[in-house]
Unconditional design. Structure first.
Lengths: 160, 362, 403
């Protein structure tokens, strides 16, 4: 009798002489194998369906700060997806958010509370509080993101 | 233990209308034993892998998002944040490829054993429809991670659909959900992949399996002849439990292989698709489409006044149609007469696929 | 009635009579060129004619059109060209009619330039308006075809300044263009960044003069603000001024400004620091410390990068660690700017932050590698379970079929 479909296992000798204990031995091996394999499939599946600590991917919206964390005329650079972004609270208390990647050569921009403008330290580029490039080398404005207050959180959202 | 088993089976039997139908069904199915018995395992293996796909697919559905802005990130989320997400995702991708390979082997082994001959013509036809459904599963699923390779492979693949005469343009727009490959295409492919194709596959599988159960296992003509002439004894094995236990050994082996592939060669994430970027060099479809892709490369851009791609499409369409109709073309096999021609044809087709796939890779 | 209307409209459509253009278009060579070129000139588009600059009578078809009695000024001599153009371009009330925001100080700036001063002394080899702006096909400087469009400025200056024969007798080098072409600024300009500096950015255009030794740092500092501010406050700022050394140029050159190497800072033979400082002096020690800080950051960064590469190659997903590492890279760039303070403490503050971030990213990479090993161990256990199950099945089948 040929057996197909496996890689050949060493035979356990001696079942013919002792049918009863041999049969029990086979059943033990088979039972152990089946239980062990089912456990090794069910365990990952159960861990998988339990939601992870961060419940969804964060490339489209991120909690940038807590309400009250930023004073007026101050800003914070935070991580949004794989790039830095900047949350600015202007002098009148309103929040704005932009990408912090300068459109000239990619440096990270800062908020200048003395100028009330966004400044890039690399080559002195300046953007206004609408993200428009108003002075220096930057060729394009900064992409703007939406800001929503959700309870205690300041959430920054971007479109696809 | 045996008593409980007996009583459970009786309980179920009563509620299926009585008459001992389950036991009857389980006992009566026999598997012929001969030189080529090994090929009988491939159908069950394909079914098993399909079930793996359904289970891992359902798990992936819990976290996947079918939109251009969310798809790539959701797959990234699955493989980095979700516990064992990497395992489920890689098994799904590897098992898809393994299933297509097994289905190719199943189809060719059935062909060479001429199991399609009367009365099993419809089993062959339903199997061929299933084969095309499986390829459609592969094509639609490939786009879902929304990475650069998948995006451009889909673009090229749906471009081909546009070459069908008269209705090609409409087919292309229908597949793409528009004129270009966009987020609309992704959502549409997702709908095909998780609803339309599974529904169709279930129906056809039910038909295919029903036919196999009712018609029993076919024996290759050569063996049949030898048995009739008394040169070989007619040997069989009960399907349940003997063949089934061997089936399960194979299935466990497949699970081990899938686990090893997922842990040691995890499926790549790639880079997020940029619809406005240019195609990377050396773009090509998945391996199971390579032989057609390579053939198109060899065809001249115009044959007389017809587009090269259209010629290729027509040739493959014709070949596919003939292949589906094989049981009716090789009707002589139904009388036990083997024509070398069809065996030779099968070898040519198999060789063609292997050689051209090889040429595409190297 | 129809005829009258047709004739009337024909008369309206016809351009005003301009005998200059009519005659000169038929003349060969250099006499016909101006008329052929003029349609592309910005002056023509503003509605000006030949006579508006050259005088004469465009209504007169005879040679009398060009008589001094009709106000004909003819072709100006080279030395008179600035005043010729300046007749309108320095007159704000006239220029206001065309473009009120156009500057009208070009002529006065020109007179302060080296070109303007030499022209006054009788040197007619220097550049005048038409040498840079062309003549008869003058285009606005923002027109990409203009010889003074930012990407063409260096080529225009080089027509004279890179011509060794032409510049014979002047005591200035003629290799500036060749050197500039090797610079990062030329590369940026060629790459489409029209904010990148060219000759006129540092030398001025109409008032073209090399910046004085004391003002070089201010010129560079119009873009490289941080570097200039740090430099001026640094020990080198005052020291260089006292020694009459040109700030930035001392280490970075003026025309051949190439991408600086980290090896320029430190005490190795290739470093610029050791051209003045010697072993034992404060500068030497500072150079050593600064170079040490930067090298440490670079090494830590590279180690982290290697670990992340290894993790990626074994199929682990480490994109968030990669994002962390980019901030370490930003710290490296920042440290290279803070070098210009020539203060080791300040530089080390920046580099140590980058080192900490790199270490953190490296740890994440190592964690990923551990996760990979954990997965393989888990795989081994699952495979053992599978092997047991398969053996069990095999034995069961064998047992069943023996009996």
């Amino acid at each position: 009798m040929r057996v197909e479909g496996n890689s050949g296992k060493p035979a356990v000798g001696g079942e013919e002489e002792k049918p009863d204990s041999g049969r029990r031995w086979v059943n033990i091996v088979l039972g152990t194998g089946i239980v062990a394999t089912i456990a090794s499939f069910v365990y990952p599946a159960i861990r998988y369906v339990i939601p992870p600590p961060v419940s969804e991917s964060t490339n489209l919206s991120v909690v940038a700060a807590r309400v009250g964390e930023l004073k007026n005329n101050a800003a914070k650079v935070f991580k949004f997806g794989s790039e830095p972004a900047i949350l600015i609270r202007s002098a009148d208390g309103k929040y704005q958010a932009f990408t912090a990647v300068c459109t000239h050569l990619g440096c990270t921009v800062q908020y200048r509370s003395d100028l009330h403008e966004i400044w890039c330290p690399c080559h002195n580029g300046i953007y206004d509080l609408q993200g428009r490039n108003v002075s220096g080398p930057p060729p394009r404005p900064l992409a703007q993101y939406q800001v929503h207050i959700q309870g205690e959180d300041v959430v920054v959202v971007r479109n696809a | 233990m045996a008593g409980i088993k007996r009583r459970t089976l009786d309980w179920i039997d009563e509620r299926l209308g009585g008459g001992g139908s389950i036991e009857e069904f389980l006992r009566h199915k026999k598997v012929p034993l001969h030189r080529h018995t090994i090929w009988y395992y491939f159908g069950g293996m394909a079914l098993f892998l399909f079930i793996i796909q359904v289970l891992t697919g359902i798990l992936l559905l819990m976290y996947y998002r079918p939109t251009a802005s969310g798809a790539f990130e959701s797959v990234q989320f699955i493989v980095t944040q979700v516990k064992f997400g990497w395992l489920i995702r890689s098994i799904h991708s590897w098992s898809a490829n393994l299933m297509i390979l097994i289905v190719f082997i199943h189809m060719f082994s059935v062909f060479f054993m001429k199991a399609y001959r009367k009365p099993r013509e419809l089993t062959w036809v339903s199997g061929m429809v299933l084969f095309f459904i499986v390829l459609a599963f592969g094509f639609s699923g490939y786009l879902l991670p929304w990475n650069t390779l998948a995006f451009f492979a889909t673009k090229v693949g749906t471009d081909m659909a546009g070459f069908v005469p008269f209705i090609g343009g409409w087919i292309k727009v229908f597949l793409r959900g528009g004129n270009e490959v966009t987020g609309a295409t992704l959502t549409r492919f997702f709908g095909f992949h998780v609803a339309v194709l599974p529904g169709l596959a279930t129906l056809l599988l039910a038909l295919h399996l029903l036919l196999v159960q009712r018609l029993g296992m076919s024996v290759p003509p050569g063996v049949e002849k030898k048995i009739k002439e008394g040169q070989e004894p007619e040997r069989t094995m009960p399907f349940f439990p003997n063949f089934l236990l061997r089936d399960i050994m194979g299935w466990y082996g497949a699970l081990g292989a899938l686990g090893a592939l997922a842990a040691i060669f995890p499926w790549e994430l790639g880079t997020k698709a940029n619809p406005f970027g240019s195609a990377p060099a050396g773009i090509h479809p998945e391996w199971y489409f390579l032989f057609m892709f390579q053939t198109l490369k060899y065809l001249p851009s115009k044959v007389f006044f017809i587009d090269g791609e259209l010629v290729g499409l027509m040739l493959f369409g014709l070949a596919g149609a003939l292949w589906v109709l094989i049981p009716f073309l090789d009707y002589k096999a139904g009388f036990g007469r083997t024509t070398r021609f069809f065996t030779g044809l099968g070898i040519f087709v198999l060789g063609y696929i292997i050689v051209l796939s090889g040429l595409a890779i190297f | 009635m129809a005829f009258m209307l047709w004739g009337f409209s024909a008369a309206l459509a016809a351009p005003p009579k301009d005998s200059c253009v009519t005659c000169h278009l038929q003349l060969p060579g250099q006499y016909g060129q101006p008329a052929k070129l003029f349609p592309s000139d910005v002056h023509q588009q503003a509605g000006l004619t030949c006579a508006d600059c050259h005088g004469g009578d465009p209504n007169d078809d005879s040679m009398n059109a060009m008589s001094p009695a009709k106000g004909f000024r003819g072709v100006p001599a080279k030395a008179q060209i600035p005043a010729f153009c300046g007749r309108c371009h320095s007159d704000p009330s006239y220029m206001r009619k065309f473009n009120p925001s156009l500057r009208t100080d070009q002529l006065s700036e020109y007179l302060t330039s080296v070109h303007g001063k030499r022209l006054k002394q009788g040197d007619t080899k220097v550049a005048v308006c038409v040498d840079c702006h062309s003549v008869h096909d003058i285009r606005s400087p923002s027109d990409t075809r203009a010889p003074v469009y930012p990407t063409h400025v260096a080529d225009t200056c080089a027509r004279c300044h890179a011509d060794a024969n032409y510049m014979k007798g002047y005591k200035i080098p003629t290799n500036q263009y060749a050197l500039y072409k090797k610079s990062v600024h030329a590369a940026a300009l060629a790459g489409g960044d029209i904010s990148a500096p060219t000759c006129t950015t540092c030398h001025g255009n109409h008032g073209a003069t090399p910046p004085g030794v004391n003002s070089v740092a201010s010129v560079c500092g119009t873009c490289h603000v941080m570097n200039q501010q740090l430099f001026e406050k640094s020990p080198h700022g005052a020291a260089f001024a006292k020694m009459g050394l040109p700030g930035c140029v001392q280490c970075h050159s003026n025309h051949e400004i190439v991408k600086p190497e980290d090896s320029w800072v430190g005490t190795n033979p290739k470093a610029v620091c050791v051209t003045c400082h010697v072993k034992g002096d404060n500068g030497y020690k500072t150079a050593e410390a600064i170079a040490g800080g930067i090298n440490k950051l670079k090494t830590t960064y590279q180690n982290a990068d290697e670990v992340l590469n290894k993790a990626e190659q074994s199929g682990m997903e480490v994109s968030s660690a990669r994002v962390e590492l980019t901030s370490a890279h930003s710290d490296l760039i920042k440290a290279r700017v803070v070098v210009h303070s020539f203060n080791a403490t300040d530089v080390l503050k920046v580099t140590s932050q980058g080192v900490a971030t790199s270490r953190k990213a490296q740890e994440e990479g190592i964690a990923a590698l551990h996760e990979r090993d954990y997965r393989r161990k888990g795989l081994a256990i699952a495979l053992i379970a599978i092997v047991i199950a398969i053996s069990g099945l095999y034995l069961k089948v064998r047992k069943m079929e023996r009996s």
